[in-house]
Design a binder for this molecule. Sequence first.
Ligand SMILES: [Zn+2]
Length: 295
Amino acid sequence: MIRLGDLEITRVEELSTPGSPALFKAWDDEVVAAAAPWYVPDYFDPATGSFSTSIHSWLVKGPGFCALVDLGCGNGKDRAPPMQAFGGLATDWPARLEAAGARIEDITHVLFTHLHVDHVGWATVPDGRGGWTPTFPDALHVMTRIERDHRDPERGAAGMSPARNAPFLDSVKPVLDQGRVDLVEGDETGYLPGIDFIPAPGHAKGQMAIRFSGGGKTAICTADVMHQPIQVFRPDWASGFCEDKPLAEITRRRILALAADEGALVLPMHFGGTHAGHVRRAGDGFAWEPLPEPA
Ligand SMILES: [Zn+2]
């Protein structure tokens, strides 16, 4: 558990799996070899040619609130290609949430960094009639207005394939229909005590990062600004999932600079290894210093 003054932050894992370098079009074995002293073996296994990756939520307890940042893939979701790896899961994530210190009914806020398939799944569970119902009916679900507009098939996502629309329809729409939603701009300061939103567009159009402050320290959940720590070293490497790759790189450099200059603990959504760490300025770029113990 990470403590920042009144805030307690705990990682709740959904999946830990090997990932393929095919995620990065710019992948270069020579760059990876140069990064080996810190990248291997915690983040990359040269024997299998795969990196470690994780899908998790961050549980954040503070004065008067109990929030979850992002909600993984969920169980039993029907996902067609190219999303098939995120469907048909059967994990015990609710039990892991409880082990991390919160029951379903304790959650007061769900904070979505963005609305991609691997960030919204646990927002709903089967309703027993072939549909989906909110998992956290009493929680306020917070998402950016831009992201809602962009992902809603009746709005910006009108031209997207059924496979790409499915996560919105089965995991986000039931929450919107129920009404416990706050559409934000994604730049709010003090949204909850010790919690600020920071615009982070590029990977997703309306993505936001989330800063946690307390006890004179800060941490930044960097959403999907980065998928792998090699991107700290090479911010010009965009993932195949980034919607606007040039903007994603601009945002990546800005958030890396912010984290380095604040000395913030960085809490990504998909790093393997110890899952969290610090970014330091190194020459013209940045270096990654993982936490010594898993977060
Ligand atoms: Zn993601």
